[in-house]
Design a protein. Structure first.
Lengths: 235, 924
C-alpha cells in the first residue's frame, strides 16, 4: 500500500491492480488534483488498505495474483459498503454479473476511456458522500417524488402500476449503478422469482413505454446487455 | 499319425558323455576370415552374389540364429552335446531355457539339465492320451536369448499350431530368439529316399533341407559305428521295447557306416557352400559353373516323388536353381480329381526341398513344359524313364519322347524311376482310380448298336452289306460325340460283331466267308476308335478353354469391379460379389484395427469365433497362410490368406470352401492366388488414395491457415502503426507540434486503438465460437430492448445517421441469448454504416410469422456481387471497398456462428434499387 497524495480532505481512491503499466496509467489519468490516490497490488494488500485508508471509492482489478477479485469484494462487503468499481479484461457477462452480485457497484471492461472512468467515479462519490437520500429525484424531463409516490414527465403526472413504481423507485435510488437482474428480481418480487426474468423484462418494457420518448432508444433506463439495468444519473 | 509318433520314439537314443566329446566335429558358418587384400579390390563380386549375401544377411537381421546338432543315428550324443554347449552359453551370461529336452532318464543328461531353466511342456490330448509337446506360446512369452528344442524332425500332435516341430522353431527364430536343436541326417528331405534304400526303413518325419541351409551353425556329432553298437549293447541307447525288432534291423554296421558317410558328406557340402559364398562375395576367381536351372514335372504319379528328390540332388550337385511344374490338362484334370491330394503333396515336397513351384493349365504336357522352360531359361529338364509297355508307346508316343523332340537347346535328363514307388500317407488314403464311365453309358452303346442293327435289317433288301457299314459308323460317331471314349470304343467293337453276325454271309454266325470283310471290320473299328479319340480330344480342349475362360471371366469381373471401387467398402462389396460365386465359397476379410483383427466384410451365415480370429491374427502377423489346407493351425475351419502389397500388409482373406479337398486343389489355389493379388492391389490403391486425399486436405488447411495468419498479422499491425506514430511524434519534444495537429494525431490514434480493440474482441469471439466454448444462454428477451441495446452500443457512430426501426405491434418475448444477439445486430449495423453512403437510409425491421422471428437490416450501400452472396459469411471475407473503410472480415462470420447456434438462419441478398438486405430468422 502506498499513499501517493498528502492532501487528506480530498476524496480518497484506492487503486488495486497488479499490472505496473495500468497502475501508472490510472495514477496519471486521475492525478488531476481532484482525488487522493492509494495503491495496492494484490488482494491482501487491498483488504488491509481498505481498513487503514478508508477509501471513498475502490477501483478493483479481478485478476489478482493472490486472491480472486470477487473474493476481495465479498470480504470487503462483510463490513463496508464502500463503492467498488471493477476494472477488468474479463468481458463476459457472466463475469460481470458474478462481480456485481458479489457486491460490486459498477463494472468497466478494459480498455476504457478516462472520461468514462471519471464519470463513473463521480457517480459513486456522489452516492457515497450523500448523507440522506433526497426525497425528490429529478433528471431531464423526469421527476420522481419518493415522498409523495409521484412520477412526473414534463411536469405531467403519469400513472404507474405499483410494481412499475417500485421498479422505478429502485432504479432511481440506485441511479448510475448497475443493478443485475437477480438483484432487481429479489428486491421487487422476492427470491421465488429469481428464475423468472421475463416478469422483469415485461415490466421494464411497459415502464419504458410510459416514460421514454422512443422505447427503442431509451434515455432513462439503460440496458446493460446480459447483466441488468442502470438508471441514467446525468446527461 | 500314431505310427509316425511311434517311429520317432523308436530311434530316440542317448549316449554317455566321454565318447561324444572326442569325435565332435565342429564347423561354424558365420565366422569368416576378415582380411581382404587391396589387390583383390579391382575384381568386383558379381551383383548376383552380393544380392544373395544381402538377402541372407537381411533374413538374419532380427531373426534368431539356429544351431543344429547333426547326428547320423540315435545314440551318438546330440542332446548331450547340445546341453553342454547350452551350459557354456549360460556361463557366458546368456539366458538359456530348455523348452523341450528329452533325457530319457539318462543320468548324465539329467545332470547337464540341472541348473538350466526348464519350460513346462504343453500336454495335448490325442486319442485319449496326453502327449507332451513343445509349448511354443510359453517359449515366445518367456523370450530368453537361447531356446533348446530337441528333435527337429518331430511331428506335432494333430491340432497343434503347426504340423511339424521345425515350423515351431521357425516361428521362434522369427521372433528373434536363438534356437539349439538336434536332428539325425536321415530326416532331411533330399536324403529321405536314399536312406530308405540303404536301411530299408522309410523315414516319415522329414525336415526341409532349407532349414539346414539357413542354419547359422551346424555341429556334427559323430562317433564311430563300432562304439555306437557297443553302447547299444550296453543299453546306453534309448530304444522302446516294442520297437526292438526294428532297432535290430536298423543298427547294423552297414547301415550305420552308410548313414555316417551321409552325415559327413552333408556337412561337407555345407562347408563347401560357405566357402563358395565367401569366395564369390570377395570375388576370388575360380571355376564357377554357368548358372543352371532345372525343371521337373509333378504328375501325381507314385514315381514323381522320387523324381523330385532326384532333381533336388542333381540341383545340389550343379548348384542350380530348380522348378517343379504341374501341368494340368483337361483330361488329366478329370482323372485327377481324386489325385489332387497327391499332386498337392508333390508340390509341397518340392517346395520344402527348395524348388520354385508353378501350376499351368494346357492341353499338351510336352508343349507346356517346353514353353515354360524356354520362358524361364531352364537349362535342363529332368524326366522319368517311361514304364509303359512297348506297344502303347507306338500307339501314343510317351511324353518323354515328345519333350526330347521339342527340347532344342535344353538338356533332357532321363532318370530311372524303377523300384518301389514312394508311398506316402496320402497315396494310401487315396487309391488311384480312373474315372469309370457309368453303366448307363455302356447301356447307351448297346442301344445304339441295337438301333443300327434294326435299321440295317429294315433297309437290307435295298442295300449291299458293305453299305450297311455306314449305318454302324453313324452309331459309332453318335457314341463318340455323346458318350465317353470307352463306351464309344465298345460301340465300334459291338458294331463290328453285330454286322458280322447279322448281315455278313453266312448270317447268324461269326464266321466270314469272304475274307474281304476282314478289311471292312478293321476299317469300321479303326474309324470308330479314331473318331472317338478325336472327339474326346476336342471335348477336352473345349473344356479346358471353357475353364480358362471362366477363370479369366471371373478375374475380369473382379478386377473391373475393383477398379471402380473408390473406398474400402466398395472393394469389400466387389470381393464378396465376385469371389463367393466363382469359388463357391464363403468369405471374410479381416483388417487390423489397433492390436486386433477386425472383420471388415463377411458372407452371410458365416461367423468367426475367437479361435478362428486367433488363426487370422497369426496369419497376419506371420505373413503366411494358415488354417485348413495348410500346415499351420490346420484344425481351423477356414483358410486364411494374408493380403499383402509390395509395401504393407493390409489384412487377411478368410475362405471357407465347399469341400475339404478343394483346399488342396490346384485349380482353387490358383484362382485364390489371383484373387488375393487383385484384392491386395485394390486395397493398397484405396489406401494410397485416402492418404493422398488426406495430404490434400491438410495442404488446403495449411494454406488457409497461412492466409489467416497473414490477414491477422496485417490487421493487428496496421492500427499500431498510427498509434505508435502519433504517440512518438507527441513524445518528441523537438517536433514543434501545435495544438491542432496534436489533436488530429490523437484522434487518429484513438480511432485506430478502438479498431484494434474491436478486432481483438472479434478474434476472441471467433475463437470461442470455434472452440465451442460459446454457450448459448437463452432467456426470453424483449426484441425492442435488443434493438435498443444495439443502437446504444453504436451511439457515437450513429450520430447524424438516419436509422429507422420498424417493429411489428405486439412482438412477443423471444427466447435468445440477448448479449450475443445484440452483438449480431451491432455487427450488422456497423457494416451498414461502414458500407453505405453517409446520407443514406438504414432500416431495421422485426416481425414474426408462425414459427420465426424475422429481423431484417437494410441499407443502400453497394450491395455484394451476386456470386459472393454466400461467401460474405466466410471468415476473412472482405468486400473490395472504398478507401478508409476497414473491417476485420470476421463480423459476419461471427453473426452466422451465433445465429446458427440459435438454430436460426442468416442470409444476404441484394435489394432492388441498390443496397443489401440481411435477414435473420430465429425460431420462436
Amino acid at each position: 500500500m502506498k499513499e501517493t497524495t498528502k492532501e487528506t480532505n480530498l476524496p480518497r481512491i484506492l487503486i488495486v491492480d497488479d499490472e505496473p503499466a495500468i497502475q501508472r496509467f490510472l495514477k496519471t489519468a486521475l492525478a488531476n488534483g481532484e482525488f487522493a490516490l492509494f495503491q495496492a497490488d494484490n488482494g491482501h494488500a487491498a483488504l488491509s488498505a481498505t481498513v487503514t485508508t478508508k477509501p471513498d471509492v475502490i477501483l478493483l482489478d479481478l485478476g489478482l495474483p493472490d486472491l480472486d477479485g470477487v473474493e476481495v469484494i465479498k470480504r470487503i462487503r462483510q463490513w463496508s459498503q464502500v463503492p467498488i468499481i471493477v476494472l477488468s479484461v474479463r468481458d463476459r457477462e457472466a463475469d460481470k454479473v458474478h462481480a456485481l452480485d458479489a457486491g460490486a457497484d459498477d463494472y468497466l471492461t478494459k480498455p476504457f476511456g478516462v472520461g468514462e472512468l471519471l464519470a463513473r467515479i463521480r457517480v459513486m462519490l456522489r452516492r457515497s458522500l450523500q448523507q440522506a437520500p433526497e426525497p425528490v429525484y429529478r433528471i431531464d424531463e423526469l421527476e420522481v417524488d419518493l415522498a409523495r409516490r409521484l412520477v412526473l414527465l414534463r411536469n405531467e403526472p403519469i400513472s404507474l402500476t405499483p410494481t412499475e413504481y417500485e421498479l422505478l423507485r429502485l432504479l432511481v435510488t440506485n441511479a448510475g449503478k448497475v443493478l443485475t437482474h437477480r438483484q432487481i428480481l429479489k428486491q421487487i418480487w422476492g427470491a421465488v422469482y429469481l428464475e423468472q426474468p421475463h416478469v422483469l423484462r415485461v415490466n421494464i418494457s411497459n415502464l419504458r413505454h410510459k416514460i421514454e420518448k422512443d422505447a427503442s432508444r431509451p434515455r432513462y433506463i439503460l440496458t446493460e446487455s446480459g447483466v441488468g439495468y442502470r438508471f441514467r444519473s446525468e446527461f | 499319425m500314431r505310427s509316425l509318433l511311434l517311429f520317432k520314439r523308436l530311434y530316440k537314443a542317448e549316449i554317455s558323455r566321454q565318447e561324444s566329446k572326442d569325435a565332435a566335429f565342429q564347423y561354424k558358418g558365420d565366422e569368416q576370415p576378415i582380411a581382404m587384400s587391396l589387390a583383390q579390390e579391382e575384381m568386383r563380386p558379381s551383383p548376383e552374389a552380393m544380392l544373395r549375401v544381402a538377402q541372407a544377411e537381411e533374413q538374419g537381421g532380427g531373426r534368431g540364429k539356429l544351431k543344429i546338432f547333426l547326428g547320423y543315428a540315435a545314440g551318438v550324443g546330440k542332446t548331450y552335446t547340445m546341453l553342454e554347449a547350452a551350459r557354456q552359453q549360460q556361463q557366458a551370461g546368456r539366458a538359456v531355457v530348455a523348452a523341450y529336452v528329452e533325457s530319457h532318464g539318462r543320468t548324465e543328461t539329467d545332470a547337464l539339465l540341472e541348473g538350466l531353466e526348464i519350460l513346462p511342456k504343453a500336454r495335448r490330448e490325442y486319442q485319449g492320451v496326453l502327449l507332451p509337446e513343445l509349448d511354443i506360446d510359453a517359449a515366445l512369452v518367456r523370450r530368453p536369448q537361447i531356446i533348446l528344442v530337441d528333435e527337429l524332425a518331430h511331428t506335432n500332435v494333430p491340432g497343434s499350431r503347426h504340423e511339424k516341430r521345425w515350423q515351431d522353431i521357425e516361428e521362434i527364430l522369427a521372433a528373434g530368439i536363438d534356437v539349439y536343436t538336434t536332428v539325425n541326417v536321415q530326416h532331411f528331405e533330399s536324403l529321405n529316399d536314399i536312406v530308405t534304400q540303404i536301411t530299408g526303413i522309410a523315414v516319415r518325419e522329414t525336415v526341409p533341407d532349407s532349414i539346414l541351409d539357413r542354419a547359422s551353425e551346424v555341429k556334427l556329432v559323430d562317433i564311430p559305428p563300432e562304439e555306437l553298437l557297443q553302447r547299444l549293447r550296453q543299453g546306453k541307447v534309448y530304444v522302446p521295447e516294442q520297437a526292438a525288432w526294428a532297432a535290430q534291423k536298423f543298427f547294423r554296421p552297414g547301415n550305420l557306416i552308410a548313414l555316417r558317410e551321409l552325415s559327413l558328406r552333408r556337412t561337407a557340402a555345407r562347408v563347401d557352400d560357405e566357402m563358395r559364398t565367401y569366395m564369390e562375395t570377395r570375388a576370388i576367381p575360380g571355376p564357377w559353373p554357368v548358372t543352371e536351372r532345372l525343371l521337373v514335372c509333378a504328375s501325381g504319379s507314385p514315381y514323381s516323388e522320387k523324381l523330385i528328390r532326384t532333381t533336388r540332388r542333381l540341383a545340389d550337385e550343379l548348384k542350380a536353381q530348380w522348378v517343379t511344374v504341374y501341368i494340368e490338362t483337361p483330361s488329366l484334370a478329370r482323372q485327377q480329381q481324386e489325385n489332387r491330394e497327391r499332386i498337392w503333396h508333390d508340390l509341397r515336397l518340392a517346395e520344402s526341398l527348395g524348388a520354385e513351384v508353378a501350376t499351368i493349365t494346357a492341353t499338351s504336357v510336352a508343349e507346356a513344359v517346353i514353353e515354360y522352360a524356354v520362358r524361364h531359361n531352364v537349362t535342363r529338364i529332368v524326366v522319368g524313364k517311361p514304364a509303359k509297355s512297348r506297344w502303347r508307346e507306338i500307339l501314343r508316343p510317351p511324353i518323354v519322347d515328345q519333350i526330347i523332340r521339342l527340347s532344342g537347346a535344353i538338356h533332357v535328363h532321363v532318370v530311372s524311376i524303377n523300384g518301389t514307388p514312394a508311398t506316402t500317407p496320402v497315396s494310401r488314403l487315396h487309391k488311384k482310380t480312373r474315372p469309370v464311365a457309368s453303366w448307363f453309358e455302356y447301356l447307351g452303346s448297346l442301344i445304339l448298336v441295337t438301333a443300327a442293327t434294326l435299321l440295317s435289317s429294315l433297309v437290307m433288301p435295298f442295300l449291299s452289306p458293305t453299305n450297311m457299314v455306314m449305318i454302324y459308323l453313324l452309331a459309332v460317331v453318335v457314341a463318340a460325340v455323346r458318350l465317353s471314349i470307352k463306351p464309344a470304343m465298345l460301340t465300334a467293337a459291338l458294331g463290328v460283331l453285330a454286322f458280322d453276325f447279322f448281315f455278313v454271309a453266312p448270317r447268324w454266325t461269326f464266321t466270314v466267308n469272304d475274307t474281304e470283310y476282314i478289311f471292312t471290320f478293321l476299317g469300321l473299328f479303326s474309324v470308330g476308335v479314331v473318331i472317338s479319340t478325336l472327339v474326346t480330344k476336342a471335348k477336352d480342349r473345349s473344356e479346358a478353354l471353357r475353364e480358362r475362360e471362366l477363370q479369366t471371366e471371373s478375374l475380369y469381373y473382379l478386377s473391373r469391379d475393383l477398379a471402380a471401387a473408390v473406398d474400402m467398402e466398395s472393394v469389400m462389396t466387389a470381393v464378396m460379389k465376385n469371389i463367393s460365386a466363382t469359388l463357391d465359397a464363403q468369405l471374410a476379410i479381416l483388417v487390423p484395427h489397433g492390436e486386433q483383427m477386425e472383420i471388415s466384410a463377411i458372407s452371410k451365415d458365416l461367423t468367426l469365433d475367437n479361435k478362428e480370429l486367433a488363426v487370422a491374427d497369426w496369419s497376419f502377423r506371420n505373413h503366411r497362410q494358415a488354417g485348413v489346407g495348410t500346415e499351420t493351425l490346420s484344425s481351423a475351419q477356414l483358410l486364411y490368406v494374408p493380403l499383402q502389397s509390395t509395401a504393407s500388409f493390409l489384412g487377411v482373406l478368410a475362405v471357407k470352401l465347399e469341400k475339404i479337398s478343394d483346399y488342396r486343389s490346384p485349380h482353387h489355389r490358383r484362382l485364390l492366388d489371383a484373387f488375393v493379388t487383385q484384392i491386395s492391389l485394390a486395397m493398397e490403391r484405396v489406401h494410397l488414395a485416402q492418404q493422398a486425399e488426406q495430404a490434400q486436405v491438410l495442404q488446403a488447411r495449411e494454406s488457409l491457415e497461412r492466409a489467416l495468419l497473414n490477414s491477422i498479422s496485417h490487421d493487428l499491425r496496421t492500427p499500431l502503426v498510427s498509434i505508435i506514430g502519433a504517440l512518438s511524434s507527441l513524445r518528441d519534444e523537438n517536433l514543434q507540434i501545435n495544438d491542432r495537429r496534436s489533436h488530429d494525431l490523437l484522434d487518429g490514434a484513438w480511432d485506430e486503438a478502438e479498431r484494434l480493440n474491436r478486432f481483438v474482441g472479434n478474434l476472441l469471439d471467433m475463437t470461442r465460437l470455434e472452440a465451442g466454448e460459446l454457450r448459448i444462454n437463452k432467456e426470453p428477451c424483449d426484441v425492442q430492448d435488443l434493438i435498443g441495446c444495439s443502437l446504444a452500443a453504436l451511439e457515437q457512430k450513429l450520430a447524424g445517421r438516419d436509422v429507422s426501426v420498424k417493429l411489428e405491434k405486439g412482438l412477443p418475448l423471444v427466447s435468445m441469448d440477448m448479449v450475443l444477439m445484440t452483438q449480431v445486430l451491432v455487427n450488422l449495423l456497423d457494416n451498414a454504416l461502414k458500407y453505405s453512403p453517409a446520407d443514406s437510409f438504414i432500416e431495421l425491421r422485426a416481425q414474426t410469422n408462425a414459427h420465426y422471428l424475422i429481423v431484417e437490416m437494410l441499407d443502400r450501400g453497394p450491395g455484394v456481387p451476386e456470386h459472393d452472396l454466400q461467401r460474405v459469411f466466410d471468415k476473412f471475407y472482405r468486400l473490395p471497398v472504398p478507401e478508409g473503410v476497414n473491417g476485420t472480415g470476421l463480423g459476419l462470420s461471427i453473426c452466422k456462428g451465433i445465429v446458427e447456434a440459435h438454430q436460426g438462419t442468416i442470409s444476404a441478398e441484394n435489394r432492388s434499387g441498390g443496397g443489401l438486405r440481411i435477414t435473420i430468422q430465429l425460431p420462436l
